[in-house]
Unconditional design. Sequence first.
Lengths: 167, 371
Amino acid sequence: MSTLEKRKVCLLGATGVGKTSLVMRFVRSIFSDQYQTTIGTKIETKHLTYGDHVMVLVIWDLSGEDEFQRVRLSYLRGAAGYLLVADGTRRATVETAMALHHAATEIVGDVPRVLVLNKADLRASWELDDAHERELAARWTVFETSAKTGAGVEEAFRALGQALLQR
Amino acid sequence: METSILASLGKVVLERQPDGTFLQRGSAPDWYARMSRGVLRASTPIRVESMFPFLSVFLPEAEAVWRAKDGGPTRLDSDLWCETAEGGEELPLAATALLVGPSRLLVITRCDELFHERRLVLQRARELRITYDALAREIEQKDILVHCIVHDLASPLQTILGVLSSLDERHPPSEDGAMIDLALEAALRQRAMIREILAVFASEHEDLDATREETAVSDLRAGLLRVIAEHELTARGRNVRIERDVPRLASLVVADEPRLLRVLANLLGNAVRHSPVGGSVRVHLREEDTSVEVSIEDEGPGVPPALAPRLFQRFGRGIGPEAGTGLGLYFCRITVERWGGSIGYTTLAEGGARFWFRLRKAPTSTGALAA
């Protein structure tokens, strides 16, 4: 079995979209309903296996972007890819995610990325309509996820890992 | 001794070596000992960025400190970051790069207290913001519901008005005729109130098209004369005299006509309604450098001082029959402000109320377009 180098990936998105919950679900298979805001940066690692290859994802969970705190985009330096996370129940978080994407490309260039629409367990309360989602899907690799139920989480991270593998 | 103190404060001191590795200096706190469990001895050179990935973005900045020449900064602090130790223990850390004499030091501190305090404050602020946004969305949905209800109330009213009007035309003046007049007047008042509520809703919820708002131009003087004419009959019925001081002047302003007429009608209607029988209402039009002002004065009781500060807010005059919908002045304010104008109220020394509003002159009336 050959082992690939570690790959740094970042999670970017507005505050409260569930970035830390996604990481906790993916890395440790746990979920807590209690919201705990991320201060600064939280770093976790996870081994992913693709056939003969093992990839070590070093996941940088950056604090959310909002009026109280800016995301330090310099922390993206060295990232091989990123997950943009938005909350389906808050349409504005998609706009924040897109703004962060544009800023991120200035730093890391055209690297693999996926768009994650989290809180799929609250589908009935989504502000995003199907048309908007279709429009996003035309430009992005989009995953609907629920950190609460675990739906789509593994798939989103694995898809990013797969894209990293192909570069 | 000093390094033992530092270790007991949760700090580990590392010294940068010429090859970019680091050596531990002095004792290490427990948390660091657990993190560095694969390192054979304290004297073993380590790559700190392998142990703490966050430092991969901090070290390049720290190099500037370690290379500092005379006068340059000799200290740099990192942001907080969080590592996860074995067993899932969360380690909030912060790093400081120091240049002490020839020694290039990196101090890593476990800072639980600072981390939790900061998290508490930030989390509270963010929770409040999320709650605020949710409430704003809920209010908007309720507004829409109320709008629908009010709109539906208007439909049967049209039928009632139609029937009452026909009865009024058929009946000669008599006791029945007086009752029909009373009912007709009440129905008309109710229709006016419904229209006012719907107008406020439209102003609050229509998409703001800045270009359209900027380019809407109306003749304020013509509008004022028209509204005065419409109110003459009502005023005469109350034996109130409307005195006009409306000189010819460049009165093209930034405003759209239907809403401008409604603003004028609101203010003039209030003045007539609150004037004592036999009193007078004075209407003035005045040109200023960049704006045109309308003021309307009455001889009524004026506004109680307690109500004055919230006069232009929703339900600022309370809710009740005498206050109408409580939305008229609110509508005036949000409409005038949307055009970039201002509106206000002052008491008159001799008693009574003075309401005024100013609207920006349209470019054509200031000659800006011609220039």
